[in-house]
Design a binder for this molecule. Structure first.
Ligand code: SAM
Length: 311
């Protein structure tokens, strides 16, 4: 068995991430989304004997799995049960000035989806939870049972790109109260009159509710900006996303940061004074190979984008 298969989450695009980050001895790296520590392990191995990694996860269970896995690197890794949005403060605490490389592997891990009690899966009966951090106040139950119909429409459209947002929001409000994931999945299924396409009809609704519960798009924006700010000259930031909203946000951030002027096109002369800070290294996103998809179907929707700090 390959070592990665010993753990419940197989890291996607691991080889490609390593190629782009090219970790070096004495380098200082960030794994913003530690999960089961698969990417972290690869980065740590590559930057020994004196490289270091700072790592974040909001999920305590993920952190304890990763801590056990990375036990042999305990002098080289710093674990934080925090959001990666607290990067600035955490770097100050560690006395680190800058990073040689940063990785964000967005979204949920297989461990989180597989555990029915976390409420991420529309295929497993569980409570409507969907929090990355089980201590955070907002749950999916509150969103589904208490948010106004207009707010549900807004998240279904903006976070789920759901074409039947109005009908689903109306059906949810009519079927309240909800207690379980399957109850919610069934209501969406009824709006769609059963499963027709390749994807389960509840996929977009679950994505929308999860993104609202964890305020994901806002968090990603803050996280990637602060990591990019803290890169050394020629340091690299790599982001793996799993759906179009995340990917668009990353692409747009890289595009903006790689331009000297971000004035609107109708502005005849530059008034923004913006200077490029990044060079995009992946003109198109890097996708998983057929071989990787065969071993790890989750990698099918992964997109990797990488940018480098301009010196
Ligand atoms: C796709 S998994 C990462 C898997 C990891 N790369 C590996 O090799 O096992 C994403 C992880 O990010 C965590 N996460 C999501 N939002 C976060 C945030 N704002 N701060 C820190 N961790 C977060 C989730 O709890 C989850 O464990």
């Amino acid at each position: 068995m390959q070592p990665a298969l010993l753990y419940p989450h197989v890291p996607v695009l691991n080889r490609e991430v390593l190629t782009y980050l090219n970790p070096k001895n004495k380098g200082r790296y960030l794994d913003a989304t530690l999960g089961a520590g698969g990417h972290a392990e690869a980065i740590l191995k590559a930057c020994q004997p004196d490289g270091e990694l700072i790592s974040f996860d909001l999920d305590k269970e993920a952190l304890s799995i990763a801590k056990e896995r990375l036990n042999s690197f305990s002098d080289h890794i710093h674990f934080f049960h925090r959001s990666y949005t607290q990067l600035e403060q955490t770097l100050r605490e560690l006395g680190w000035d800058a990073l040689d490389g940063a990785l964000f592997d967005l979204g949920v891990s297989s461990m989180q989806v597989d555990e029915a009690i976390r409420g991420f899966s529309f295929l497993k009966e569980g409570p409507l939870d969907m929090r990355f951090d089980i201590a955070s106040p907002l749950t999916a139950q509150e969103v589904v049972n208490q948010w106004k119909e207009a707010d549900l429409i807004s998240i279904l459209q903006n976070y789920g790109e759901e074409p039947k947002a109005y009908a689903i929001a109306r059906a949810i409000c009519a079927a309240r109260p909800f207690h379980t994931t399957i109850q919610l999945a069934d209501v969406v299924m009824q709006v769609y009159h059963g499963q027709r396409g390749k994807i389960h009809p509840a996929t977009r609704t679950f994505q929308a509710v999860r993104m609202a519960v964890n305020d994901e798009l806002h968090t990603i924006k803050i996280g990637i900006r602060s990591a990019a700010n803290r890169l050394k000259d020629e340091g690299r930031i790599a982001v793996i996303s799993f759906h179009s909203l995340e990917d668009r946000l990353v692409k747009e951030f890289f595009r903006q940061e790689s331009r000297d002027c971000i004035c609107p096109p109708e502005q005849p002369t530059c008034i923004c004074g913006h200077k490029a800070t990044l060079k995009v290294l992946t003109k198109k996103p890097v996708l998983a190979s057929e071989d990787e998809i065969k071993i790890n179907p989750r990698s099918r929707s992964a997109k990797l984008r990488v940018a480098q700090k301009i010196g």
